[in-house]
Design a protein around this ligand. Structure first.
Ligand code: SAM
Length: 219
């Protein structure tokens, strides 16, 4: 198979045809998508689909999410340059790299040790110095670095895990797919001085959040 190596062109087309055309407007978010080489985050056998409009298998039964979903979730976080963010579900590390373009520090956790290890290696090779990759159950959050200005959960939860709400800083946004095993609603939880405000965005389909505050075992 002949590889199409014109990735910069493909990135620009992805930004225009999949993100801007569907309503992503945040300039910093769009700049991050123009910069991060998605082709480095997909397995070799899927390299020609790296910028395509769908999720791609990354091994261990997991996926790198569709570019639009990564962009929408990122935009909903409303990140500022000085922010500290927690990502639950490192996967390939692509979403992590996007976040790292937009804030001061990213902590990311995956329950699959192999994926966490591979992502850490790749993100190091790409020169990211504001990312810490951890292996473990992210449904419990990552208490030692809390509170976070933003928390993003990239796997489907039956409900918002309580520890994540606790570890969110006041003024921060938590973005997570919430619902059943096969489809969820993209949910934004805003932590205000007066309490939590919950907004529902769109329906989505993610692999399950498996852990103490998620689903109990592999379905
Ligand atoms: N953000 C990723 C990317 O850009 O490639 C995609 C993540 S994939 C859709 C969801 C990830 O959540 C999987 O890698 C899976 O192992 C992870 N996951 C599931 N349950 C978890 C848990 N309790 N803690 C941490 N990670 C978890």
């Amino acid at each position: 198979m002949i590889k199409n190596l014109d990735f910069e062109k493909q990135r620009e087309a992805m930004v225009n045809e999949q993100l801007i055309s569907r309503g992503i407007t945040n300039k910093r978010v769009l700049a991050a998508f123009r910069k991060v080489p998605r082709d480095k985050f997909v397995p070799e056998e899927y390299i020609n689909e790296a910028y395509a409009d769908f999720p791609i298998p990354i091994g261990s039964g997991q996926t790198i999410s569709q570019p639009f979903m990564v962009a929408l979730m990122t935009e909903l976080l409303e990140l500022k340059a000085q922010d500290k963010v927690l990502e639950v579900g490192t996967g390939s590390g692509y979403q992590t790299a996007i976040l790292a373009q937009l804030c001061a520090q990213v902590y990311t956790i995956d329950r699959v040790e192999l994926l966490a290890h591979q992502a850490k290696k790749l993100l190091g090779e790409l020169g990211y110095e504001n990312i810490e990759v951890v292996s473990g159950d992210g449904s419990c959050g990552l208490e030692e670095h809390a509170p976070y200005n933003g928390i993003i959960v990239t796997c489907g939860a039956p409900s918002i895990p309580e520890p994540l709400k606790e570890q969110l800083a006041e003024g921060g946004n938590l973005v997570a797919p919430v619902g059943g095993n096969f489809s969820q609603v993209l949910t934004v939880v805003k932590k205000k001085a007066t309490g939590f405000k919950v907004e529902e965005n769109c329906s989505c389909i993610f692999v399950p959040l498996i852990g103490k505050y998620g689903w109990q075992k592999d379905a």
